[in-house]
Design a protein around this ligand. Structure first.
Ligand SMILES: Cc1cc2nc3c(=O)[nH]c(=O)nc-3n(C[C@H](O)[C@H](O)[C@H](O)COP(=O)(O)OP(=O)(O)OC[C@H]3O[C@@H](n4cnc5c(N)ncnc54)[C@H](O)[C@@H]3O)c2cc1C
Length: 422
């Protein structure tokens, strides 16, 4: 009898299982596929938000969540040898290689000139707020708890304001914020969490699909057609990403496109912020195993239930059109497009919430990360949710303990194929 059965071996399940196991609980992690982090956690672009991106949003809640997550990352994960994000007065990376890329991201806010009349006033307010809030980040003392410092009087603006277009065609730029956000090496993070989980005695069972959740057990079957078995556990945590909809109706699934371009179009990382979702575009230059490629996303989401070939074609054309406006003409043959699934807890008020959720549902506890990068706060808070004090340090097993158990991110697989073709 284990203390916890964690269902779903994406980043949410893995991070939660690791934190529970290192904090003294016994955990079995159940995954239906052959590898871990093979679904949404392999279909993302790897971008770590400290919250700067959300400075223009009306609610403080987003910033606080992102920054609280940064506190948890620093408090509970700094002992991992590859965790290269450090804080004293400021936040910086200690090495080129590690969990976080050693490069700057820009948030480029489009000016009011670039938005429709209906958005002019709200956008002007949002720009003003973004500038003011950014000064919080610039004046925070990163060596003390960041979340506790947020919200106190903003000091004069100190951030860098670029009125230039940063070398790409980002028309109507109001200002660009240089952020300390970093792109993430999601595979390395997942590998390290898995090695810690195993070193602490955690059990991973892949190719095991959970069918039913009972009080004190889950009913699962192997993918080779074996008869279902009951796996007893005192508590069950459901971290099944988009498949959560087969256990409950209270979640929404969106599909979100990402364009992979090989070779990279620029080494600049940026988000062009606009109130018009289709005009918001972000670019990350990934360096992975010797390949350098671009990942381009936008902020348009589609309800996964309406996914059709026609929708995908339309999205592909619009993504390519936008990328060409920003980067100039390039060969469409050097691109590939894929859709990833984002799962959120439904709310009546709106669309995306980007927050992590821990919700008791009787037979199980739902754990949804909202973002890959929020897995740290999710794990720490699941522990606390069960009255377990999270342990700050642990140990990691040798790299060869779990070879090949973490899936390569989809964008890397695609860039590799494009590179081979060219
Ligand atoms: C296009 C795109 C871009 C993104 N960009 C970013 C970004 O820049 N930054 C960021 O932080 N986040 C980003 N995200 C979000 C991030 O990828 C997800 O929030 C996160 O990876 C979700 O992790 P998860 O563990 O909840 O889901 P998943 O990774 O999907 O894991 C769920 C797992 O559960 C398993 N499973 C399902 N049902 C069962 C069952 N019955 N039995 C056993 N196993 C089961 C599945 O096989 C899967 O492995 C992006 C997402 C997309 C799609």
């Amino acid at each position: 009898m284990k203390d916890f059965a964690v269902v779903g071996g994406g980043i949410a399940g893995l991070a939660v299982a690791e934190m529970l196991q290192r904090s003294g609980a016994s955990v079995v992690l159940l995954e239906k596929n052959k590898t871990l982090c093979s679904e949404a956690s392999a279909e993302q672009q790897g971008w770590f938000h400290t919250g700067a991106l959300y400075t223009a949003l009306p609610s403080n809640f987003f910033c606080r969540t992102m920054v609280g997550n940064l506190d948890d990352l620093v408090d509970y994960y700094s002992w991992f040898p590859n965790m290269n994000l450090r804080v004293d007065k400021h936040i910086y990376t200690t090495s080129r290689e590690g969990w976080f890329a050693n490069r700057t991201n820009f948030y480029v806010y489009t000016s009011c000139r670039g938005v429709s009349w209906k958005w002019k006033l709200p956008w002007a307010v949002a720009l003003y707020r973004a500038k003011r809030r950014m000064s919080w980040f610039e004046t925070l003392d990163a060596s003390r708890s960041l979340s506790h410092q947020l919200g106190f009087g903003a000091k004069p603006l100190q951030y860098v304001v670029h009125r230039s277009t940063l070398g790409v065609n980002l028309d109507h730029v109001a200002f660009a914020l240089k952020s300390r956000d970093r792109a993430m090496n999601t595979k390395l993070i997942a590998e390290d969490l898995l090695r810690s989980f195993l070193a602490n005695g955690g059990l991973v069972q892949t190719q095991t699909k959970v069918l039913e959740l009972e009080k004190g057990a889950v009913l699962a079957k192997g993918t080779a057609g074996e008869a279902p078995v009951r796996i007893p556990a005192r508590h069950t945590i459901l971290a099944t990403g988009k498949d959560t909809t087969s256990f409950e109706t209270n979640t929404k699934v969106f599909i979100s496109p990402l364009l992979v371009v090989y070779p990279a179009l620029t080494d600049l990382n940026f988000v062009r912020m606009s109130p018009h979702m289709e005009e918001t575009i972000n670019h990350i230059c990934h360096r992975n195993n010797g390949l350098e490629y671009s990942l381009i996303g936008n902020a348009v989401y589609h309800d996964a239930r309406q996914e059709t070939g026609e929708v995908l074609e339309r999205v592909r054309a619009s993504m390519l059109g936008m990328a060409k406006r920003v980067f100039g003409d390039f060969d469409a043959k050097s691109t590939d497009l894929f859709f990833g699934y984002k799962t959120e807890v439904s709310s009546s008020s709106f669309i995306r919430n980007y927050l992590y959720h821990i919700i008791d549902r009787g037979n199980y506890t739902l754990a949804l990360p909202g973002k890959f990068s929020l897995c740290f706060s999710l794990a720490v808070n699941v522990c606390r949710h069960f009255g377990i004090e999270p342990v700050e340090q642990s140990r990691v097993a040798e790299p060869e303990t779990a070879p090949g158990l973490i899936e390569e991110p989809l964008h890397y697989q695609m860039a590799k194929r494009l590179a081979e073709k060219s």
